[in-house]
Structure formats: C-alpha cells, structure tokens
Design a protein around this ligand. Structure first.
Ligand SMILES: C[S@@+](CC[C@H](N)C(=O)[O-])C[C@H]1O[C@@H](n2cnc3c(N)ncnc32)[C@H](O)[C@@H]1O
Length: 413
C-alpha cells in the first residue's frame, strides 16, 4: 500500500468537542468536512494522519478509511475484508485488535463482526506468509475499526491505536480526573494562550494546568507518546515521523521550550497533598513542571497574583481563574458542596478582582450557589454528564476602557 494514497480520514472526539476539533484541524491546514456530534472528516494520506496524531489536542482517534463496501451477511463481510492485501500491510509478527460498531439487521453480535474481520485478516496473512499475527483486545499494535450500518460497511485503520487523548503523562490520575482532550478544550474555551496568568485552584491531578502549559509552550501532545497504531504498519515511514517530531520540537523551542520562554504564571493548588503530589509528578512526566507553581492549600488561600500591576491594563483577559470543583452524586455530598460553591463565589469576589473566572461543573443547582452573574455558559459533556463551563467577569475598578460606572456592578449576589 502506498502511504501517500489519499483517502477519507475520520477524526473522532467526545460529544461536545467537535467545534474545538474543527478549529485545530483548520489550524493544521486541513479542510474539515461533514462535522457531526463526535467527529469530522478530511481528505488526506497516511502522512497527514501521522501529523494529526502528533498535534491534535481535542481528538480521540484518527481513522484512515481502507475500504467501504455493501454488506448483507457476516460471510460477505469476511469475503470483502479478505480482498485487501493485508500481507503487504501487516507483518505476521504484529499484534492485531479489531473494534466494531454494528447497526445492521443481519447481525446482532458486535463481537462476531470483529471476529469475522480478524479471521479474514489473519487468514489472508497466513495464506501468504505461513504464519498469523496474534490478536486480542490490547490497542498497542495494529487496530482496525469496522462500522457496519444497515447494508454498508466502512473499514478503517485506527492510526492512533490508543486514544490520543491518553497522552501518557498521567501516571497518577487521582480522583475524578478530566480526560486530557476535554481539559484542552476547556482551556481553549477559556481563551487561554499562555499570555494570561492562569490560576487553577482545586487542580486535582493537574490536568487543566498541564494542558495549559502544553498549549502555552506550543508543545505538540503527540511528542509525549512513543506508540501509535500507524507505527505497526509495514509501510510506516519512520524518517518522515522523525522529521515531523523534530519540526514540532523546533516549534516548541522557538516558543522557548525549557529554556528561554516562560509563559505568564500558571498556579495550581489543591487542599489534598496527594493530589498535588500526583499533579507535580504528572507535570514532570509531561515536561512542563518548570512552568507550573504548585501549592497545597484551601482554594480560598491560593496565592492569586495582583493584576493591577499589569502593564497591559486595557486587556480583557490577562488573568484567568479556572476551577473544577466536585459536583457530587449523593445527597450528603451535595449538602457539603453547596457551602463550597458559596465559598467559591466569595473567593471570586474578594480575591480575584480583575480576573475572568471559570467554573466547570455538571451540577447547575450547585452552580447557583456561587451567587454571581455568569456572562457565558459553554456546554460540554464529561463522559455522559452534561456540564457547563461558566464564565464570570470579575471586573476590577482600575481597568481602563470599562463601560461600567460602578466597577463591581457585575458582582451581583
Ligand atoms: C473534580 S476534582 C478536580 C479534578 C481535576 N480537574 C483533574 O483533572 O484531575 C476536585 C478537586 O478539588 C479538590 N478540593 C476539594 N475541596 C477543596 C478545597 N476546599 N480547597 C482546595 N481544593 C479542594 C479535591 O481535592 C479534588 O482534587
């Protein structure tokens, strides 16, 4: 197979992130097509797929279309899949995993569909080479995706293997961590670009602060990973991959990498010493620990830098406070959390004047306890829970060009 042959590339993401994904894909120079709830398409070759895996922050998987065909039975599926020259693509020494999503009347067992695809591939490789690849559930080798809808099938190579939202830096997840792709989208929704002071009280395992530091230093998240699905194909072009990595490293170095560049301060705190320990270690693994100041404290005691000394006094966004409090499920928990949300409102009013405040929560009733007016409510999903990123303008009285005569008029209680 010629890796420069173009096909449809389907880039998947979690529900609610497609607008962010679309923006990223455009910034990389591609033309997104057919955006839907959990993905979009582009036309590209396997080198494009590698580039997308290296740079995308908000995606799940980059799927390269190998073949689409009409299909009315499991036997037909086997026959059609067998027609591809798998022996040219996959070594018998490789490990293979097949993932299927099926919505067709002629088959009600997704696992049976996966089995048929797997058999077709390994049988064909065995016929041509005399031996067959091992197969199973691990996504560390070649990963094939089948979508079967009514009487049509789409067969993709999952060039990512493991989801690219699994960056590999979170060795210690701690409690209720945000998925990295969701954290990256939240950071983008907050308008953060590295030039604003960023304060993350309640940092947990540090995902928001770490994703922010990666964005600030223009560090491609794929640089953190050593294994992708595309690396397991016979035609994998390692020298092209190394060139892409080097270019991405240069782009980050130009921004300073570990040396010259220091973004505006990134501060991450949590009341739980284990959380801060986990966040520190995760930041170290991600190569951004030098960009984040960690502290153990109640959120209300977080050292929030005074923005009134900022030279850019006309900027709307030179300070961001970003909080992801628990949103609870049991009644007792929720009663305790009401107090916490009230205290967040007090903290915003008393210590964060001049900042833009953000709260990411899946509990609108608790959010009301903040008692501040939101200027935006940005919808998200965290797994299946509908969430909002709530934006609060915490205007200072010292800013120039403010429309309000009473600078605290937005701090309505
Ligand atoms: C939902 S978790 C944050 C998860 C984080 N976004 C991540 O990706 O790992 C909420 C965090 O708030 C912290 N927390 C709870 N009450 C706190 C308080 N009063 N002050 C500071 N941190 C607090 C918890 O220790 C926990 O780590």
């Amino acid at each position: 197979m010629n890796p420069k042959q173009k096909s449809t590339i389907l880039i998947t993401c979690s529900a609610g992130l497609v607008d962010f994904l679309q923006q990223e894909v455009k910034q990389l120079g591609f033309a997104p097509q057919s955006p839907h709830k959990t993905g979009l398409e582009i036309q590209g070759d396997q080198l494009d797929a590698m580039l997308l895996n290296l740079h995308l922050r908000t995606a799940y998987n980059v799927l390269f279309l190998l073949k689409q065909f009409p299909c009315n039975s499991p036997d037909e599926l086997y026959r059609e899949v067998s027609k591809l020259p798998w022996e040219q693509m996959i070594s018998p020494d490789e490990y293979l995993s097949v993932v299927s999503r099926v919505d067709a009347a002629c088959i009600d067992n997704t696992m049976f569909a996966s089995l048929k695809v797997k058999d077709a591939i390994v049988d064909r490789i065995a016929q041509h080479t005399g031996s067959r690849p091992d197969s199973g559930k691990d996504k560390n080798g070649v990963v094939i995706h089948l979508f079967w809808k009514n009487n049509r099938c789409w067969l993709y190579l999952n060039t990512s293997g493991q989801k690219i939202s699994d960056r590999g830096y979170r060795k210690i997840p701690h409690q209720a961590p945000l998925r990295e792709s969701l954290a990256a989208a939240i950071i983008q929704a907050a308008g953060y670009d590295g030039s604003q002071t960023l304060v993350c009280p309640m940092c947990g395992s540090g995902t928001l602060a770490i994703e922010a530091a990666l964005i600030a230093s223009r560090r491609a998240p794929g640089l953190l990973r050593t294994n992708f699905g595309f690396m397991h194909m016979n035609y994998f072009d390692d020298s092209a991959w190394q060139q892409m990595r080097t270019a991405a490293q240069k782009q980050s170095k130009k921004r300073g990498g570990k040396a010259a560049f220091k973004p505006a301060p990134i501060i991450a705190t949590d009341i739980d010493p284990d959380a801060v320990e986990a966040a520190r270690k995760n930041a170290l693994t991600a190569g951004v620990s030098h960009l984040i100041d960690f502290d153990i404290c109640d959120f209300a005691d977080t050292n929030v830098p005074d923005l009134s000394t900022s030279e850019d006094d006309t900027s709307d966004d030179n300070g961001i406070i970003l909080m992801n409090p628990e949103y609870g499920s049991r009644l007792g928990e929720i009663e305790d959390l009401k107090k916490t949300y009230e205290r967040i409102g007090d903290f915003f009013k008393q210590k964060c004047t001049g900042y833009t405040g953000y709260i990411f929560t899946g509990n609108p009733d608790l959010a009301k306890k903040v008692h501040l007016r939101t200027s935006r409510k940005i919808p998200f999903f965290n797994a299946n829970i509908e969430c909002r990123l709530l934006k609060y303008e915490l205007y200072s009285g010292t800013k120039k060009n403010r429309p309000d005569t009473d600078p605290r008029s937005h701090l309505s209680c």
